[in-house]
Ligand binder design. Structure first.
Ligand SMILES: Nc1nc2c(c(=O)[nH]1)N[C@H]1C(S)=C(S)[C@@H](COP(=O)(O)OP(=O)(O)OC[C@H]3O[C@@H](n4cnc5c(=O)[nH]c(N)nc54)[C@H](O)[C@@H]3O)O[C@H]1N2
Ligand SMILES: Nc1nc2c(c(=O)[nH]1)N[C@H]1C(S)=C(S)[C@@H](COP(=O)(O)OP(=O)(O)OC[C@H]3O[C@@H](n4cnc5c(=O)[nH]c(N)nc54)[C@H](O)[C@@H]3O)O[C@H]1N2
Ligand code: SF4
Ligand SMILES: [Mo]
Length: 684
């Protein structure tokens, strides 16, 4: 019997990007475990990925190309050969590429975060044919933009420092579910005497385990941060030297935050004045004592109208109190900007003959239904989906579904499984999983470059995304030599200055960066300082100072809508799923049970809803049905539907995105999933 251990990396859209060790016996992967030597993984994987072999060897894996034989959405397909599949796709795409290439749209996100199987050969292909560009906004661009205006780039506190902080604010994140290895560090900090505070409208698994939980109304974080700044200034809990040396706009900021009295903030956020005052004191006084204060901000704060501004306001806090002086102080939203990725070499934007239009993935519902027009350009006539499941994950799902149901739309889906989206495909192509292909990874929650070596041969006739686009390029007659690069050649240019051969052997390698990135300023902003006042925002038509932008949908900003739909709904990640990935893994779905809606005892009582009742959640965009859990975890006025369910695995074939909207954030053109008013009633 032959047994080997292969070094790999977790491909999922999770900040932790764990280092994996895959045990292979006689060509079969028998175990996937965490590398004990990798400092952040420390030998531990989440339940999802410790079951990765169950997913890879699932009897439901797509193993052959398929052609649709039923109606769109019905899920009836026949097996065809790769030659037939490629011929048919080329025959459909060629005339479009020759006449109006922008009618072809790639649709992809982060099914794999790999730099090779993500966007390398695929981008080259779409660039060469002149397809529409996709604005990949569905997750993080609001926050990334707000952070960039303030700090300069997605660079922050190293996860490997958080255990040394004396105060950790977990702001809009649920790390027990979505950033497990950060939670390990926070626990260590707690054992070392740190206080943990969660800021979250919902009593999440994480909020439950912190010393304090501040349950503000969704979308009011920007106001809370303004209130904290007000108190820090009022009580002189500031690091004047840091402010003078490494920030711009303090005087303007001081005037702005004067308006944000604790009483006004408390009323805006739906919390008590004591909570605002106490949080400011904890933060400012701990910093004043010279102890590290750290914020783990996460994406939960930025899925609302003013999400970019909320991130910007929070990102101002560490500079005010000089928290950046400490390696364990500051804030982390994403570490992705620390990596020097070589996207131009991977994706070759130089292959573009001219700049095509850009379509925002968040508004795919409307854009698939849009006719040709001078402003929009040609109607979308072909969509190639890979690494994404838009039918389940994109907002305003009724429209997304109607768009994909268009008989005249040609849809190709590259997938591991027959997802909701694959049901609408004309051609489905089987893709390899992380155990079956090569990749190079950066991360957004730690500072290691990672290598993924293939552990097993591709299942059935599955092929890596890269190979599929290589074959398609050949079928389309694209003969540029760049379409012949192997996955190893692609991986070897993934980063600026690194050695792929040695990374492959070692599995991971830490970036060489200072422990405390902004201890002495050096912010990558235009001024080189932390920008309380931002000229760039001003020239982009935004308020140059921290501000509060209320939700589109709230009692305060839209009272008429709130009269009809009085409950704010959020739909953050379920612990055992990863977006819509893993929903079809039986053991993980069994742990999650079935789709639920958490509703407060008060809101349930006024609606005659009992624990376990089936309820209908609705607004003008749509509705879905699931089981109510009456629980004080949801504050009054809030309902929570942990996500993202496959529609076809939910009782009524619908999920939370039936009611979310396609409206965009204040900056970054991102979705507003958590800016949604609904009504809830007992289902008939
Ligand atoms: N297990 C698991 N892990 C995941 C994922 C998954 O689906 N499952 N998804 C991955 C991806 S793609 C991402 S982007 C991250 C997302 O994970 P996080 O960055 O942690 O963000 P969210 O899950 O959107 O929300 C986290 C918390 O924010 C809260 N929240 C909602 N609205 C607000 C608000 O207005 N203000 C504040 N302060 N809090 C709010 C929610 O109640 C939730 O508890 O996790 C990644 N990790
Ligand atoms: N209501 C609501 N909606 C949300 C969110 C929310 O919190 N609430 N979160 C949003 C966020 S943060 C995000 S990031 C998006 C996530 O949206 P997506 O990035 O679309 O994530 P997934 O749903 O996990 O779908 C990824 C798909 O890629 C496939 N895949 C994985 N690896 C490969 C591969 O190598 N090749 C190919 N061809 N396919 C592969 C998987 O099988 C899976 O079906 O959803 C967003 N939607
Ligand atoms: S999903 Fe996240 S926690 Fe789980 S193995 Fe992958 S990187 Fe690690
Ligand atoms: Mo995300």
């Amino acid at each position: 019997m032959s047994q080997t251990q292969v070094r790999a990396a977790c491909p999922h859209d999770c900040p932790d990007t764990c280092a994996l060790l895959v045990t292979v016996e006689n060509g079969v992967a028998t175990e996937v475990k965490g590398d004990p030597d990798h400092p952040t993984t420390a030998g531990v994987l989440c339940t999802k990925v410790s079951r990765y072999t169950e997913r890879t060897y699932s009897p439901d894996r797509l193993l052959y190309p398929l052609r649709r034989v039923g109606k769109k959405g019905e899920g009836k397909f026949e097996r065809i050969s790769w030659d037939e599949a490629l011929d048919e796709i080329a025959a459909r795409l060629k005339p479009l590429a020759a006449t109006e290439p922008e009618s072809i749209l790639p649709y992809s996100y982060a099914g794999t975060m790999g730099l090779v199987q993500g966007d390398s050969m695929s981008s080259r292909f779409f660039h060469k044919i002149g397809a529409s560009l996709l604005d990949r906004t569905i997750c993080a661009t609001a926050g990334a933009t707000g952070y960039k205006y303030t700090v300069g780039a997605s660079i922050g506190t190293d996860i490997e420092q958080f255990q040394n902080a004396k105060l950790i604010i977990i702001w809009g994140g649920n790390p027990i579910a979505s950033n497990l290895h950060f939670w390990t560090r926070a626990q260590e900090a707690k054992r070392n005497g740190a206080k943990l505070i969660a800021i979250d409208p919902y009593r999440s698994l994480t909020a439950e385990k912190c010393h304090q939980h501040i349950a503000l109304l969704p979308g009011t974080d920007a106001a809370l941060a303004l209130g904290l700044m007000h108190i820090l200034v009022r009580d002189d809990l500031l690091d004047h030297e840091y402010i003078a040396d490494y920030t711009v706009g303090f005087e303007e900021l001081r005037q702005r935050v004067a308006e944000w009295t604790p009483a006004r903030v408390a009323a805006t956020c739906g919390i008590s004045v004591d909570e605002v005052e106490g949080l400011a004191r904890d933060y400012g006084e701990t910093a004043k004592r010279g102890e590290p204060v750290a914020i783990r901000m996460n994406y939960g704060v930025q899925r609302v109208h003013g999400g970019g501004m909320a991130v910007r306001n929070i990102a101002c806090l560490p500079a005010l109190v000089g928290a950046w002086r400490h390696a364990a102080g500051g804030v982390q939203l994403s570490a992705s900007g620390t990596f020097k990725k070589n996207l131009a070499a991977l994706q070759r934007p130089d292959l573009l003959a001219k700049q095509p239009r850009t379509i925002n993935m968040t508004t795919i519902g409307d854009d698939l239904l849009r006719p040709a027009s001078p402003e929009f350009g040609p109607q979308v006539k072909a969509v190639i989906v890979y690494n994404s499941n838009p039918l389940a994950v994109a907002p305003d799902s009724g429209k997304v579904q109607a768009g994909f149901a268009r008989e005249d739309l040609f849809t190709v889906v590259l997938e591991h499984f027959q997802t909701d989206t694959a049901d609408y495909a004309d051609i489905v192509l089987p893709a390899t999983t992380q155990l079956e292909h090569t990749d190079a990874h950066s991360a957004y929650g730690h500072l290691y470059m990672m290598a993924n070596n293939p552990a097993i041969a591709p299942m059935g006739e599955a092929k890596p995304n890269t190979e599929i686009f290589r074959l398609l390029a050949a079928r389309m007659g694209l003969d540029d030599p760049c379409f012949r690069d192997s996955d190893d050649e692609l991986a070897s240019v993934a980063f600026v200055q690194f050695d792929w051969e040695s990374l492959k052997k070692k599995g991971w390698q830490k970036l060489e960066v200072p422990d405390a990135p902004f201890a002495c300023g050096n912010f990558p902003t235009p001024s080189g300082k932390c920008e309380f006042y931002s000229e760039s925002m001003k020239s982009d038509g935004l308020d140059p100072l921290p501000a509060y932008i209320p939700n589109y949908e709230s009692a305060a900003s839209s009272p008429e809508l709130a009269a009809k739909y009085p409950l704010a709904m959020i739909s953050p990640p379920a612990r055992n799923f990863l977006n819509s990935t893993f929903v079809n893994v039986q053991s993980l779905r069994a742990t999650e049970g079935e789709p639920h809606l958490d509703i407060s005892p008060d809101d349930a009582a006024t609606r005659g809803i009992n624990h376990g009742d089936m309820v209908r959640i609705f607004n003008d965009r749509g509705s879905f049905v699931c089981k109510a859990r009456v629980t004080p975890k949801a504050r009054k006025g809030l309902v929570v539907g942990l996500s993202i369910w496959w529609k076809k695995l939910a009782g009524d074939g619908k999920n939370a995105n039936e009611v979310t909207s396609q409206r965009l954030t204040d900056m970054g053109r991102a979705p507003t999933f958590y800016d949604t008013l609904v009504q809830v009633e007992k289902a008939a």
